[in-house]
Ligand binder design. Structure first.
Ligand SMILES: [Zn+2]
Length: 113
C-alpha cells in the first residue's frame, strides 16, 4: 500500500518540476511582451506595483482589459485612475473635473489661467 503513495508522490513531484520548468521558460519569453505594461505602470507610480505582482502567476492569457488600459495620476490628489475616466486639462491629468477646477483655481499653480 505504501508503494502507491510513493508513486503518487513521485507523480506529483514530477508534474511540479515540469510546471516549474515551463514557468521559467514562459517568464523568459513573456518578458518582452509584459515589459511594456510593467514599464507603463512603473512610470505612473508605485501604487500599481501590487497589480503587477498579482499577475506573476499567469502572465499570459487571463489578463483583463483593465490591465491594458494605461493608468494616469491625478495632479491634484495623486490618485491613479484609468485613462478613459481621467480628465485632461492644459496638459495635466486629473481624476475628475472637480479636481481639474480646483487645481486651476489654486493661486500657487503656475499654469493657472
Ligand atoms: Zn484627483
Amino acid at each position: 500500500m505504501r508503494q502507491i503513495f510513493l508513486l503518487i508522490l513521485l507523480f506529483i513531484v514530477g508534474q511540479w518540476l515540469v510546471k516549474a520548468l515551463r514557468r521559467a521558460e514562459a517568464s523568459r519569453t513573456a518578458r518582452t511582451g509584459a515589459g511594456d505594461d510593467a514599464g507603463a505602470n512603473a512610470r505612473t507610480g508605485t501604487r500599481t506595483s501590487g497589480q503587477a505582482n498579482g499577475t506573476n502567476g499567469g502572465a499570459s492569457g487571463k489578463s483583463p482589459a483593465q490591465l491594458a488600459e494605461p493608468m494616469i495620476r491625478c495632479v491634484e490628489c495623486g490618485v491613479h485612475a484609468p485613462k478613459s475616466e481621467s480628465v485632461l486639462v492644459a496638459g495635466q491629468t486629473f481624476c475628475s473635473h472637480d479636481h481639474a477646477k480646483r487645481y486651476a483655481a489654486r493661486p500657487t499653480g503656475r499654469d493657472a489661467r
